[in-house]
Ligand binder design. Structure first.
Ligand SMILES: Cc1ncc(C[n+]2csc(CCOP(=O)(O)OP(=O)(O)O)c2C)c(N)n1
Ligand SMILES: [Mg+2]
Length: 902
């Protein structure tokens, strides 16, 4: 039988019944079935038809018949013209407004590149997105719901000129700012290239331009909104999350990797709009296939509601007139590369190559001019179609919706339309500027058009009045980031007394100490509810079962089963208002939750304090770009890298042992990274972090490494708080005083330094002080900024960086040992110079126990002690022969390969 095959092999469906070819084996039977089916649909409607089909498929499956799974629908609009509601806005006026925005967006980029060649910017992304955004701005994007914040909108990053151009017309962005697009460092600060809350903190909320991060964050944002609602932390509103996504952007695993969370959690507060302009930067997204079909199957398979907006209203009469189904067949036959060519090459080409394939189709358009054929619109450029899709999406319940909107890249840019190179187009030729002006009726003189002048009509013009009125109805302007003053009293340090008291000789790990601290915080009557523990399936590894029992895991449907361990104290407790976000094995997803929680103070007027605890090796090196976006978004919270340290995490080997996350953490400007050795140090850092982030409203976040090595935790000595926070304090002075060498240790390696102190004193008569270095990163940042200040003010008295003040009077070489790479202590070498000897864990990890690992990486007490003696010998302060012998005595190999290379 000759059923029509579309481009996608999983799709098979017949044309309209009249067009079924006549060579079917059971043609009469098929015709009868189809006729009966058509009859039911005609008499009882499409729902009945769907019910019948489902019943048939069900029956076939029950009897073991292999019914193909069909995830694609015909290459048509999901909403038939007959079901559309009329457009509620003033189409003419909205078109004029949109044209002005198009013009200014283009002019902004064009002018700047003329003035400052190479400054960059994009004009073709917005040109394809304009209608999709404008219908939203005029009719859907809600700025607030009463006293509650409104919709959260993730804009396609490269379309930012269009968003600025609208704000310019709205009077929210001055002409001066527009003229300084991508000139952020001028006297009048300009506009940032892309959506960056860090740079435009009262405008943008969501950094989206690193592709894939926006859609991923949007999904978890929608879930987090439900979490806040179900926990009673925010009021329920019809608030939506809109994510505008490029079709090329869907290549990113982050974009599509978490779709199932959306359907599992029934996130009908989430709407994706994929701008299917069929192109990315270099060329077509799926030149040899159909991106819309691929995405439809993907989203539908993941349980999303899919609405395709393929063709504009001007196609409706053609479909109506086509009695054969050939028009659809022709559309199905074309791969995206052809669809792109049609737009690039114009009406005559389309007539010949598209319609010309079948005489019936040629006849269909014989009354149309080439120009009319060329202008036949793609769905995403037709406000009527887009409005209906948005309306359906906002009314849909039970799952998220994706709108797949077909558009043209570079729409309206004349010769740049639908060309492979259009993404990189930054300037238009004089002639193209004039053509643009004419096509979109921009009321400026020809000469101004050729200059790419901006144009803003008078404040009381019809256009601006309409824009303001529409935004008024929808609660105000968007995008707009507004942070309300929120009152927060951080717990005092006394409230951490349990963590400060030490473990009374009991051997515990810093992880265990951190978990008890978290348990205490969760009980706190003032802030307990605000804490959001986030875990990617490692709670048991970190000993967090008790927290599961204490506050439960968030499960939007509650617990639908009796857990098998229900009788046990620490059973697996899931609840509708559970507090823990147990994300499963997704560090990226967890980071997206961390982002939603860490920015809730801005997006929901609600402070939540995320503690994202993960396997440190699978942290920064896996989600570094998301962490960067988190910082850009002014996120706050605590990242806790557990099972830290290349030699402290025993047994697991090369792909588990983290010796570099502190290097990566140091690259994020607002990330404050600490590597504490003792539980009281963690308490001081967490207490101060809460105070600074939520009470003093500083835009910063923390990275703290915690380890699984058990040892006794001392009580906090007096007066060390400042040192802990700034990065260093003296932990144990030489018993005999007069130290001639200084030992720096961090995390559990501090114990090795302490043991080295004993070896040096006991065996070699060398006295050493031991320091706990909680943060090389903080010490370096302080030293750099002090040095900058000294450099810029040569006449003023020289200031000392904290590191030099802290170790003032301490003599001799400094042996700094860490469970991280040597470059971590080396950060201080500009100030400690040749005094500094760094011992660290450069190289690949191994599976073995701590004793062997530390010996291998040369960070054990013996290596620290010998390093001290060796350095003293070089300085002529210790006998070189004795130093050489010490290596042998202490079992430190001298002739093996460098572990950094092994
Ligand atoms: C992670 C990442 N990789 C690469 C880029 C560079 N880049 C910017 S736009 C673009 C193409 C975008 O294509 P698409 O998503 O289809 O958006 P369109 O402009 O076509 O709407 C690329 C590769 C980026 N911004 N982020
Ligand atoms: Mg694209």
């Amino acid at each position: 039988m000759a059923l029509h095959k579309s481009m996608n092999p999983v799709i098979e469906f017949p044309l309209k019944s009249e067009s079924i070819p006549q060579q079917l084996d059971h043609e009469e039977e098929v015709a009868e079935w189809l006729e009966a089916f058509d009859q039911v649909v005609d008499d009882e409607g499409p729902n009945k038809g769907s019910e019948l089909l489902n019943a048939l498929v069900q029956r076939a499956r029950e009897t073991g018949i292999d019914v193909p799974v069909q995830l694609n629908t015909p290459y048509l609009n999901t909403i038939p013209a007959s079901e559309e509601v009329p457009y509620p806005g003033d189409r003419k006026l909205e078109r004029r407004i949109k044209s002005l925005i198009r013009w200014n967006a283009m002019a902004m980029v064009h002018r700047q590149n003329k003035k400052d060649p190479g400054i960059g910017g994009h004009i073709s992304t917005y040109s394809s997105l304009a209608t999709l955004l404008e219908v939203g701005f005029n009719h859907f994007f809600q700025a607030r719901y009463g006293d509650q914040p409104g919709d959260l909108i993730y804009f396609q990053g490269h379309a930012s000129p269009g968003v600025y151009a609208r704000a310019f017309l709205e009077g929210r962005i001055s002409e001066e700012q527009v003229k300084n697009f991508r000139h952020e460092l001028r006297d009048t600060p300009g506009l940032s290239s892309y959506p960056h809350p860090w740079l435009m903190s009262d405008f943008w909320s969501f950094p989206t331009v690193s592709m894939g991060i926006g859609p991923l964050n949007a999904i978890y944002q929608a879930r987090f909104m439900r979490y806040l609602e179900n926990r009673g932390l925010i009021a329920k509103t019809p608030r939506k999350i809109w994510a505008f996504v490029g079709d090329g952007e869907t290549d990113e695993p982050e974009t599509l990797g978490s779709l199932s969370l959306g359907s599992r959690e029934k996130l009908d507060n989430l709407i994706f709009v994929v701008n299917c302009n069929l192109q990315r930067l270099d060329g077509p997204v799926r030149g040899n296939g159909k991106i819309v079909n691929e995405l439809e199957a993907y989203f539908r398979g993941a349980g999303w509601n899919v609405i395709k907006v393929m063709w504009g209203s001007d196609w409706d009469p053609l479909f109506e007139a086509d009695k054969t189904g050939l028009l659809l067949k022709r559309m199905e036959e074309c791969v995206d590369g052809e669809l792109q060519s049609f737009k690039a090459k114009g009406g005559a080409y389309i007539r010949k190559e598209f319609f010309g394939k079948y005489p019936e189709l040629l006849k269909l358009v014989e009354h149309m001019s080439d120009d009319e054929i060329h202008r036949l619109t793609r769905g995403g450029h037709d406000p009527q179609k887009v409005y209906n899709a948005y309306l359906r999406a906002t009314e849909h319940t039970g799952s998220p919706t994706v709108i797949l909107a077909q558009t043209v890249k570079g729409y309206g840019l004349g010769s740049a339309e639908a060309r492979n190179a259009t993404h990189s187009e930054k300037k238009l030729a004089d002639q193209a500027l004039s053509a643009f002006r004419t096509r979109f009726d921009i009321p400026i003189p020809e000469s101004a058009a050729r200059d790419g002048s901006l144009y803003r009509p008078a404040d009381d013009s019809e256009e601006l009045k309409y824009m303001r009125e529409r935004r008024g109805v929808l609660g105000g302007f968007v995008p707009s980031r507004e942070v309300m003053p929120l009152h927060f009293d951080a717990p005092s340090l006394e409230e951490f007394s349990e963590s400060l008291a030490g473990s009374k000789g009991r051997a515990v790990s810093t992880t265990m100490g951190y978990v008890s601290m978290l348990r205490q915080l969760l009980k706190d009557p003032n802030i307990g509810k605000a804490i959001v523990p986030i875990i990617p399936d490692e709670a048991r590894t970190f000993g967090m079962e008790s927290i599961i029992r204490q506050v439960g895991i968030y499960a939007s449907q509650g617990q639908l089963y009796k857990p098998h361990d229900q009788d046990m104290l620490l059973y697996y407790r899931e609840e509708k208002n559970g507090q823990i976000l147990e994300e499963g094995i997704t560090e990226a997803g967890s980071m997206a939750s961390f982002t939603a929680s860490g920015t809730s103070y801005a997006n929901y007027n609600a402070i939540t304090i995320p503690f994202f605890t993960y396997y440190s090796m699978f942290g920064f090196q896996r989600i570094a770009d998301l962490a960067w976006a988190f910082a850009d978004a002014r996120g706050k919270g605590f990242l806790v890298g557990a099972t830290a340290g290349r030699t402290t995490l025993l047994g697991e080997g090369l792909q588990h042992q983290d010796g570099h996350s502190h290097v990566l953490a140091s690259t994020v400007p607002t990330c404050h990274a600490y590597d504490p050795a003792y539980v009281y140090e963690i308490a001081v850092i967490v207490q101060d972090g809460m105070r600074r982030m939520y009470q003093l409203n500083e835009d910063r976040f923390y990275y703290i490494t915690v380890y699984n090595e058990d040892y006794p935790m001392p009580e906090m000595p007096k007066g060390v708080e400042e040192g802990i926070l700034r990065g260093i304090y003296k932990c144990r002075a030489a018993a005999e005083g007069n130290a001639v060498v200084q030992l720096f240790g961090s995390g559990p390696i501090l114990n090795e330094a302490l043991r080295a102190q004993e070896i040096l004193a006991g065996k070699y008569g060398v006295s050493a002080d031991v320091w706990s270095v909680t943060s090389y990163n903080e010490l370096r940042r302080d030293a750099l900024s002090t040095e900058r200040c000294n450099r810029l003010h040569p006449q003023q008295p020289e200031k000392k960086p904290y590191i030099l003040t802290a170790i003032e009077g301490a003599r001799g070489p400094i042996i700094a040992a860490t469970d991280y790479m040597k470059v971590v202590p080396d950060q201080l070498s500009p100030w400690l110079r040749e005094r500094l000897v760094a011992l660290g864990t450069d190289g690949f990890g191994r599976s073995d126990n701590r004793q062997y690992l530390r010996r291998h990486f040369e960070v054990n007490a013996e290596s620290i002690a010998t390093a001290a003696l060796s350095r003293l010998a070089r300085e002529g302060k210790f006998d070189a022969a004795k130093a050489a012998k010490a290596f042998e005595e202490l079992g430190v190999a001298t002739e093996g390969e460098d572990p950094a290379k092994l």
